[in-house]
Write a protein that binds this ligand. Structure first.
Ligand code: CO
Length: 439
């Protein structure tokens, strides 16, 4: 695999991360990519007529997307080959009652923390605003995506002179310490309309038409290549949009080729536990798998055969060994950036990997000629979890948890290696393609 190909792929990944400040934008850009590859949109609310060789996708809540292709094989025997990921990232979310005016005349944004953000990394960064608003047009509720790609607010640090312990004892109160400074323009803010005025002037959407919003802050600075040979990426939302992009790329490159039934699912709300109508803990994926089967004429019995013949990959970023905190990791399982996708194990089933699911992923890596690594927590550290356990328990399909190794996971900027993105995409391609050992 030549360096140019890896770099080119990583450039596309970076573009996708930079263009997708929220889950809504990640789905919007996924839709564009799928349509460019002749995938056809299906509505949950409309009748479906699937046919062999078809390429389809379904969007849920504009923050979750499930794409699939109908292969030439017998679905009951082939089963589904599923790759799952998530569209959301830790952030600060704007509350209703968006502006706070202080007695000193500052206008601050009223925000709450979304997911497990490393709050210290959000300080002193120019922040922009993106998300969606709901407007009423001709008696119908319509959604409009918003991206105010300007540095409009900032959370200033308290200077060291007033906070002498800041390098040795740093903690943040989520209510009082993290509200971003937006303006000194008190008059408008006193009317409670500062944010809506900003939206109106930046997007042209009349504030009177806006019924409600879901808006998030994001770092205005874009993701970049770094390192002497540009072998690294420093970017926001690597967790988990790099996995979404790798999955979408594998699926769109292959299309409906071969016998296999390929499914790619990107869920919302992983960072807050996946329990929502569009989260991995919902019925959305089982419903769609059943609907595909019934629509293709499978009987109930054949549908359950298809499930039993299916496999799945849960793709979410993994922890590379930290160069300055190497004792935070297991002594023997020590993934590093650039070493290939990481298979994650947990005896407590915080990751769903077992020997069988790890094996079909390792076989895919071998067929793709890419390296892989393994991760397991130190016994005295609980660690994180991801969508794998939800996917496998809801669908009863074996699932392997994997991901590209990163540092600074859940920082406003995360860090990874160029090579791992391409390796993972290639492994996904090999997994989707016909071949490999059967169940
Ligand atoms: Co993640």
């Amino acid at each position: 695999m030549d360096k140019h190909t890896q770099q080119q792929f990583a450039e596309n990944v970076l573009q996708y991360l930079n263009d997708s400040p929220t889950a809504y934008h990640a789905v919007e850009n996924a839709v564009r990519m799928l349509k460019d590859h002749a995938f056809q949109e299906l509505k949950e609310t409309k009748k479906w007529s699937l046919h062999a060789g078809g390429r389809y996708f379904v969007v849920k809540n504009h923050s979750c997307i499930i794409a699939f292709t109908v292969g030439d094989g017998d679905l009951a025997q082939e089963g589904f080959r599923i790759i799952g990921a998530h569209t959301d990232s830790p952030s600060l979310k704007i509350k209703p009652g968006a502006c706070v005016v202080t007695p000193d005349g500052y206008v601050k944004l009223n925000v709450e923390v979304y997911g497990g953000a490393i709050l210290s990394t959000w300080f002193d960064r120019p922040l922009a605003v993106a998300g969606r608003v709901i407007v009423e047009q001709d008696g119908r509720l319509t959604e409009r995506l918003i991206k105010i790609d300007k540095p409009v607010c900032i959370i200033p640090n308290l200077c060291i002179h007033l906070n002498r312990d800041c390098n040795t004892n740093c903690s943040y109160n989520k209510q009082t310490d993290i509200l971003p400074l937006l303006s000194m323009k008190v008059e408008e803010a006193e009317k409670g309309d500062y944010l809506l005025n900003l939206i109106q002037s930046e997007t042209g959407i009349a504030k009177a038409d806006i019924l409600d919003y879901e808006l998030f802050l994001y770092e205005y600075q874009k993701g970049i290549f770094m390192g002497q040979n540009e072998e690294f990426i420093s970017a926001p939302r690597i967790d988990n949009l790099c996995m979404v992009y790798a999955g979408l790329s594998a699926l769109t490159e292959l299309g409906n080729s071969g016998n296999s039934f390929k499914v790619f699912a990107a869920f919302d709300h992983e960072e807050v536990g996946s329990t929502s109508a569009q989260g991995a803990r919902s019925g959305i994926l089982p419903h769609i798998l059943e609907r595909i089967s019934k629509n293709l004429g499978l009987t109930d019995d054949a549908y359950f055969q298809a499930l039993a013949n299916s496999t799945s990959i849960s793709a979410d970023t993994a922890h590379a060994v930290h160069p300055n905190y190497s004792d935070k990791h297991d002594p023997e399982n020590r993934p590093v950036p650039g070493g290939g996708p990481v298979i994650k194990y947990s005896a407590a089933q915080r990751y769903s990997t077992d020997a069988f699911s790890a094996s079909y992923f390792m076989e895919a890596c071998k067929r793709a000629h890419v390296p892989y690594q393994k991760y397991v927590n130190r016994n005295d550290i609980v660690g994180g979890s991801t969508i794998g356990p939800a996917l496998s328990s809801l669908t009863t399909i074996p699932t392997v948890d994997i991901g590209t190794p990163v540092l600074a996971m859940h920082s406003i900027r995360e860090f990874g290696a160029v090579a791992d993105n391409f390796y993972t995409k290639e492994a996904f391609r090999a997994y989707y393609e016909d071949g490999g050992s059967s169940v």
